[in-house]
Structure formats: structure tokens, C-alpha cells
Ligand binder design. Sequence first.
Ligand SMILES: NC(=O)c1ccc[n+]([C@@H]2O[C@H](COP(=O)([O-])OP(=O)(O)OC[C@H]3O[C@@H](n4cnc5c(N)ncnc54)[C@H](OP(=O)(O)O)[C@@H]3O)[C@@H](O)[C@H]2O)c1
Length: 254
Amino acid sequence: MSDLSLSLTGKAALITGGSRGIGRAIAIRLAEAGVNVAINYLRQRTAADETVSLIESHGVKALAIRANVGEAENIHDMVNQVKNTFGRLDILISNAASGVLKPALELTPRHWQWTMNINAGTLLPLTQESVPLMTHGGVIIAVSSLGSVRAIPNYSAVGASKAALESLIRHLALELAPHKIRVNAVSAGVVDTDALKHFPNRDSLLGESSKRTPTGRLTTPEDVANVVLYLCSPFAEQIQGQTIVVDGGYSILA
Ligand SMILES: NC(=O)c1ccc[n+]([C@@H]2O[C@H](COP(=O)([O-])OP(=O)(O)OC[C@H]3O[C@@H](n4cnc5c(N)ncnc54)[C@H](OP(=O)(O)O)[C@@H]3O)[C@@H](O)[C@H]2O)c1
């Protein structure tokens, strides 16, 4: 029998945007696997507090950190708080995202820079701050979307930022492999979270996605979290620099 297991007892994770939606589902899956989890949020303290309670209900430690991942100084302070509380960091999940949803011809330079910075640029300082804590190796996972490789109305800036994110993942994977750090991305199909409220075409997006998805249903936050847990486990030891798509087969259609 192999001694591999999905148990990650005693490890510590930091999840940006871990207070709601996909980030919260990841936080809960990792807590179930025995991980002490720090979640980051920006505005909604109540949601962060609720997630902390959900994490703690699995008998592990939790920490909520308010920080804007678009600010390098905030990232520095956030990782320091993880160090001071858990004394280690084994898993970094770069999940928080933002961005301007508009036709490309209406995007200003500020919209573009903001979106590229939050969704792609942030991973670099997050990694630079986190790697010194990953003294026994680690796992870095970014959450991406199908807009990185497909064209979606109003999604030019976010899609391009996710493409940059997936490229950065590959380069970090190459550079960090000798440090026993695995770096991958999980790219999700449409998931019905609060983020979709910002889409002008939310209802048609949800309706069409669920109708066109070969598995017959929308992807849930838990579907994404299950793959993240797998990537964090020793079962995924040889997966490096990849983007794993979790979309019920939506993206294989012509
Ligand atoms: N929903 C989808 O259909 C879908 C599909 C594919 C990929 N994704 C990706 O999945 C990830 C999570 O999306 P979601 O749908 O779960 O989003 P969500 O439900 O809107 O949650 C967003 C989370 O990010 C935090 N956040 C936002 N801006 C932040 C900032 N500047 N600094 C720190 N935290 C910030 C929010 O904190 P506050 O609540 O405090 O603001 C919240 O915890 C994103 O990378 C997104 O691109 C989503």
C-alpha cells in the first residue's frame, strides 16, 4: 500500500480572497484536510469572520487578514502576519481577483493597469514574500479562468490578465522546482459566485453555461476546491507549471 494521503495535517496556507466564493470553498477543503488557514479579504469583514468560524469548526487554526493584494506593502505585511501566527507557510493560493468588464475600445489605460496588476502582477510579490517561508518546499496555486484562452464579451482586460497569470505560473514553476515548490493554476468555468453580479449578461451567462456544459451542470466552488486539494497533496507531486481546467467539459466544445 502507498503511504500517500490527502491529509495535510499541520501545514499552513494563505488564501487571498479566501473569505467568499471559490476562496472560501478552498479554505474549507484545506481545513478539512488539517491545514491551518489564513484567509485574506478586502472589504467584507462579516464574510471573513464567517469563514474563520467555518475553518475553526474543523479543529484547525484560522486567521483573517485585511489587505489589498494590489499593494505590495500590504502583501508584505500580510505574509508577515502569517509568519508570526503560524510560523510557517506551505501553501499559497492566489485567488483574489478584480478587473474592469468593458468592451476593449472603452478601456482606459487605468482600467488596463488596474486589472493586469490585481490579477497577474500580484502573484509576483506574493511569491517573493512567501518563498522564504517555504523552507521545506511548498505549493503555489493561482485561480484562473477560461478567458485566458477563449474570447468572452467584455472580458478583454481580465482574459489577458489571466493569460499573463498562467504564463507567470510556468516560469515560476521552472524557477522554483529546485526549491521543491510546485506551482500550478486551476482554471474554472462559470461559477455562480458574487463576482458574477458584475457581469452585465449574468443571467444569459449562467443559463447558456449550464445548458452547454457536457456534464449537465455548472461548476461549483467545491469542484474547484477539490482540484486545489488534490494539487496540494503528494498525489500531485509530478504536476508542475500546469493549468488544470475544471469546467465539466465546457471548453472542449467547438
Ligand atoms: N466566478 C466565476 O465564474 C469564476 C470563474 C473562473 C475563475 N474565477 C476566479 O476565481 C477567483 C475567485 O473568484 P470568485 O468568483 O470566488 O470571487 P468573489 O466571490 O467575488 O470573491 C472575491 C474575493 O476576493 C476578495 N478581494 C477582491 N479584491 C481584493 C483585493 N484587491 N485584495 C484582497 N482581496 C480582494 C474579496 O474580499 P471582500 O469580500 O472583502 O471584498 C473576496 O474574498 C478569481 O480569481 C476569479 O477570477 C471565477
